[in-house]
Unconditional design. Sequence first.
Length: 189
Amino acid sequence: MMKTFKIISLLLLLPFVVFCQGKKDVKKNKIKTITVWQTDIANGESTSYKESYEEYDKNGNPTALIEYDKNGTVTKKETAKYDKYLNKIEETQFDLKDKINVKKIFKYNAKNEKIEEVEYNSLGKIIKRTTITYKLNGDKATETVYNASGELIKKIQYSYNAKHLKTERQTLNSKNVLKSLKKWSYEYH
């Protein structure tokens, strides 16, 4: 009985241990893929199924994630591609539950700062485009979001303190009216 309890405990904790692996651990250990198997026990009977599958490149970047339901149906799939500077340049997302099927393309400047994100639907039509600007010191200044027709949806402006820590994020609508405000405060040792 005690041996069975230990095995069941190990099987139940394994998914949490595997998902806790960070990019450094994946790269250091040269992990190419991680597959998580789930075992559910009810009324003394166990049922096992593949819960998820992940792929990584040689730099520890996630390149694919697939999640499954108990019947083996793909419920979520994400893929990513990176450039030689390790910037994510493409991302696809499919989520059966939330009915999401999008592709995002990212562009970067010479400092490897993301300056544009374009989101496409499953037919390859643009959903929205976001442009990003930075201050000379590298702090993000603004994000401007446009719809498929190029019309302004919203603009986000950032403020920072002397230590370059984010202190404020203002979200303005297309008419430049404040819609939300988020503030950060810090305490130091």
